[in-house]
Design a binder for this molecule. Structure first.
Ligand code: NI
Length: 259
């Protein structure tokens, strides 16, 4: 058992770097330099696409983090897809490790209220408390302060618009809704999203349901085959979202081929 543990430990310690060192040593005469390979800096991530030209789609995941979020992060990483996560504050406070991991993987973290309250009917005091506590939970876990809010149930109001404007947050709704919270059928969810997707769209999904998470590989593969590129919500709008304003999709651009 000890041997197995040590081997496992060694194999995690000697990834590609070990092989590269060996190859380098074979090709070169031994010298002081070949003993210490220069550390390779991580290449910077490629710039996001221009969504007024490219066929962009923003996948968004609400209500987490939950146990199933880890599985989703693996799926997105394997396909190099970035998404936006609208976190419920009390869930973020319970699972700071998943919040951190989501941020480290390059996804966008956003606010979905602390207790999933109906903010469109809430008092100013409740709205401020719901948003501030969620921002704090996300910041404590990841160092990031979200600037996007998805009001639970899509319920908004003039008052919510005023408060979010003052807090510097834009409101993000959606274009595509497969009702995955009600319909727990992976094939149905996948079919609905693929059918309703359009350039500049925002897809509403819930990573708290495994039936949804398991629809994501096919959704991504089938839409990528149709030429879609997946971006975060901020990337979809070129990083220019106005606080207080509601966003449902990136309005038609000349290059997008829709009216
Ligand atoms: Ni929700």
């Amino acid at each position: 058992m000890l041997v197995a543990a040590v081997c496992g430990w060694l194999s995690t310690l000697a990834p590609d770097g070990g092989a590269a060192r060996l190859a380098a040593a074979k090709g070169k005469a031994p010298g002081p330099k070949s003993e210490a390979p220069e550390p390779k800096p991580e290449p910077p991530p490629p710039p996001p696409p221009d969504c007024t030209q490219a066929k962009c789609l923003a996948l968004t995941f609400d209500d987490g983090p939950a146990e199933s979020t880890g599985e989703l992060l693996d799926i997105l990483a394997s396909r190099n897809v970035k998404a936006t996560f609208f976190l419920v504050g009390e869930n973020a406070a319970k699972r700071p490790d998943l919040v951190r991991r989501t941020h480290a993987a390059g996804h966008e973290l956003a606010d979905h209220g602390y207790t999933h309250a109906d903010l469109g009917r809430a008092s100013k005091k409740t709205i401020v408390s719901e948003l501030t506590r969620t921002q704090d939970a996300i910041r404590n876990a990841s160092g990031v302060t979200p600037v996007l809010l998805r009001p639970p149930y899509g319920s908004t109001s003039e008052r919510l618009a005023r408060v979010t404007r003052r807090m510097g947050m834009a409101q993000v709704l959606w274009t595509v809704d497969p009702f995955d919270w009600r319909n727990r059928d992976t094939d149905d969810i996948e079919r609905r999203v693929v059918k309703q997707a359009k350039p500049g769209g925002i897809v509403l999904l819930h990573d708290i349901h495994r039936t949804t998470v398991r629809a994501v590989p096919e959704i991504v593969d089938r839409l990528a085959a149709k030429g879609y590129v997946f971006v975060t919500v901020s990337e979809l709008f070129g990083g220019k979202l106005t606080p207080g304003k509601e966003y449902r999709e990136l309005e038609s651009g000349a290059g997008q081929g829709h009216p």
